[in-house]
Design a protein around this ligand. Structure first.
Ligand code: SF4
Length: 398
């Protein structure tokens, strides 16, 4: 049965996930995944590359598909090059604050942890960004914990205004906001927002989010819609890999992405793949669903084969060897030389990071590997003028 046929397009994302049992009591999916056969996988691989149905994705993330990874990799590489050329966008994060009101049990910035926290003034954040600009970056990601008292809309719009000349793509990975707030950020030149649901399983979500505004599952789930309504050019989704079974999480993530793509066609949806990393107060032994490298590769390839035009983002959480392997298969945007603490570029030893980086190579070393693999490291965002024209057309009804 094609699961897509069961969904009414007017449904909200929470009711879609509930009707498919992807947000609670998900044992039925374990069974379906176990029952998927090589015949199902071959049917999925024979379907149009880059097209999505839940049935197809189920086959591609099933244990049966582990025997087909080589074939999936060949198809994924071909599709990625067809859609994105041989360009690999390079970006770097700037952490703005490590003060946080939330109690996420996997995160070093959890409000219960005691360490010297830091906040960057707008001037200090600009100084960090200037270091990245001098290294060649034109794509910058502003990251902050939930510190609304300090990281205000006024702060972000001023910072975006001051970064406009040096960066062609400015995005944020910050606490969830409302549609009017996203609109203000969009107007100030911020073009992308990444917000991970962390896990789509409600019980697991409640177990790891013990306090603060982020403990509200539904508010978080709705935020990407607000980004779409605000006209954000890029909407980044992801789950924190290790909290719950990755195969079922991939199905829920894909339903969320498909929902957004159907409604907000002017925005590009991208996927990130944050695997749990050791962090202050959060040893990896506490997490029962950690992924192997092979699992991560399968997830990434399966999503590419279902979503031809989705951005696929890879961070320095992953080790160099694995990143090098994945570059040519599905990835479209990759970070390098990242520091995960506020002030980390001007003073690398000053503050505690959100997580431990796993690829310590410099941007130029990563760029050299990209070139050696036959791809072009792209520091600049060539789509910007196109998007601005498209948006102007939309705004004026053309
Ligand atoms: S994951 Fe984000 S919201 Fe949660 S404690 Fe860490 S910084 Fe705060």
């Amino acid at each position: 049965m094609n699961q897509r046929s069961t969904i009414n397009d007017q449904q909200s994302i929470d009711s879609i996930l509930a009707s498919l049992r992807l947000d609670a009591d998900r044992r039925c999916w374990d069974e379906r995944l176990r029952e998927a056969t090589s015949h199902d996988v071959e049917a999925a691989l024979a379907s149009r590359p880059g097209s999505y149905s839940l049935t197809k994705l189920l086959a591609l993330v099933s244990p049966a598909a582990e025997e087909y990874l080589e074939q999936m990799a060949v198809l994924s590489r071909r599709l990625t090059i067809q859609r994105f050329g041989r360009a690999m966008r390079l970006y770097a994060p700037v952490y703005l604050s490590s003060h946080c009101v939330n109690r996420c049990q996997y995160c070093g910035f959890n409000r219960d942890n005691t360490f010297a926290r830091a906040r960057l003034s707008v001037d200090e954040a600009v100084a960090e960004a200037e270091i990245l600009a001098s290294e060649g970056y034109r794509d910058i990601l502003l990251v902050s914990s939930e510190d609304r008292a300090f990281i205000t809309i006024a702060y972000l719009t001023e910072l975006a205004r001051r970064l406009q000349d040096k960066f062609s793509f400015i995005s944020i990975e910050i606490f969830q906001m409302s549609a009017p707030e996203y609109e203000q950020l969009c107007a100030a030149g911020i073009q992308g927002v990444t917000l991970y649901q962390e896990t789509y399983d409600r019980a697991t979500y409640a177990r790891y989010h013990l306090g603060g505004p982020k403990a509200d599952y539904d508010t978080r789930l709705r935020a990407p819609q607000d980004m779409g309504q605000a006209g954000m050019r890029e909407i980044g989704l992801g789950v924190l890999l290790g909290l719950a079974d990755w195969r079922v999480e991939t199905l829920a993530l894909a339903e969320h992405a498909s929902y957004l793509m159907r409604r907000y066609w002017q925005s590009r949806v991208s996927f990130s793949f944050p695997r749990l990393r050791p962090a202050c107060g959060a040893p990896p032994t506490e997490f029962p669903h950690l992924l192997t490298d092979k699992n991560l590769v399968q997830m990434m390839l399966a999503l590419r084969l279902c979503f031809a035009d989705a951005g696929i983002v890879l961070s320095t959480r992953e080790p160099a060897r694995l990143r090098d392997h994945l570059m040519g298969l599905a990835v479209t945007r990759i970070s390098a030389g990242s520091r995960t603490s506020p002030g980390g570029y001007t003073n690398p030893d000053a503050n505690t990071g959100q997580f431990e980086v796993n690829d310590h190579r410099s941007p130029s070393e990563v760029a050299a590997v990209i070139r050696a693999q036959g791809f072009d490291p792209v520091w600049k965002d060539w789509d910007r003028a196109l998007w601005a024209g498209q948006k102007a057309g939309l705004d004026t009804g053309l």
